[in-house]
Design a binder for this molecule. Structure first.
Ligand code: SF4
Ligand code: SF4
Length: 303
């Protein structure tokens, strides 16, 4: 089954598969209890998935976009890889074995097994891929563990590049303070005003990844025309978010989230006033109405 799993994974964009035993993740549990992030994940994978004889850690690399892009390559890759991993799980299960996607903190699981390194920006970094990866854990009884490590170069002591660039000053000498990171405050439909002032790309922040020298050798790509059309700013301001939501995940973009962001981006550039006025009148989403009202008062009053 090892070769079958690797071949099926590679066909779906997963360039590495690790066959790992379970491992307790008490440090992750302690951090989760402090931040409240992802409480559904299992810190004891064996307890959460008692039928599993092996946990597969699968790695889906992606190419970042230019830092000036308003569209995030990560969220597109995240959605694409999520569908790919579900498909991979189905393909393995079709062989008559137990297999399911595991709610296990993949970064902590990888680090526990000596795979990659955690940068001061908090992200998992792997050799050759930097932090530009989506990782998942799969529980299965299709095979047994074949533990291997895959060491990456840790952050140099003196490197403060991400520390200096972080717009929220969330990275200190000891690493990331999760609750200070912009992304921590972007989980709902509406964000604090400070986020809207600094936000460059939809749904998250990638500044610390763009500046990290370990990501510098990675080849950049550009959004396809389909993606550009889906994320056309006017289109999003007008509330036509269907295509964009399909690309980045409907479950992450409900209640007008992308339109709220688009209104904020447009207002900063002085664009689409009449479309924003229309959104105020016609949007079914209170968050969109509040965003429109706020920017019409603040960004367009003098014109
Ligand atoms: S994602 Fe943005 S806000 Fe968060 S640590 Fe990185 S640069 Fe700072
Ligand atoms: S910018 Fe420097 S300190 Fe920050 S994650 Fe990259 S190597 Fe580490």
């Amino acid at each position: 089954m090892y070769e079958f799993i690797q071949t099926e994974a590679a066909a779906r964009g997963f360039e590495k598969v690790f066959f790992l035993p379970s491992a307790l993740l008490p440090e992750w549990k302690a951090a989760e209890e402090q931040t409240g992030v992802a409480p559904h994940l299992h810190w004891d994978p064996a307890a959460g998935y008692p039928k599993a004889t092996c946990f597969l850690l699968v790695v889906f690399p992606y190419s970042p976009f230019d830092p000036t892009e308003r569209i995030s390559a990560y969220y597109l890759a995240s959605q694409k890889s999520y569908h790919a991993v579900k498909d991979l799980v189905a393909a393995i299960a079709e062989q008559g074995v137990y297999c399911e996607l595991a709610d296990v903190p993949a970064r902590a699981f990888a680090l526990k097994h000596g795979i990659g390194v955690q940068g001061k920006n908090g992200l998992l970094r792997l050799p050759g891929y930097g932090s530009r990866i989506a990782v998942y854990v799969i529980a299965t009884d299709a095979c047994l563990p074949m533990p291997e490590t895959w060491a990456a170069v840790p952050c140099p002591d003196g490197c403060t590049v991400c520390y200096d660039a972080c717009p929220f000053h969330a990275i200190g000498r000891k690493g990331l303070c999760v609750t200070e990171c912009m992304r921590y405050h972007m989980q709902g439909t509406e964000y604090p005003e400070a986020v809207y002032e600094k936000q460059i790309s939809h749904m998250g922040c990638e500044v610390c990844q763009h500046v990290c020298p370990h990501n510098a050798p990675l080849k950049r790509s550009a959004p396809t025309e389909e993606v550009r059309r889906a994320f056309d700013l006017r289109r999003l301001v007008e509330g036509d978010t269907k295509a964009a939501r399909e690309l980045v995940g409907r479950n992450k973009t409900g209640n007008g989230k992308l339109t709220v962001e688009a209104i904020r981006f447009a207002a900063r550039q002085g664009l689409y006033r009449s479309e924003i006025e229309k959104a105020l009148e016609t949007s079914p989403f209170p968050a969109v109405q509040r965003a429109a009202e706020a920017v019409l008062q603040r960004n367009f009053t003098e014109t």
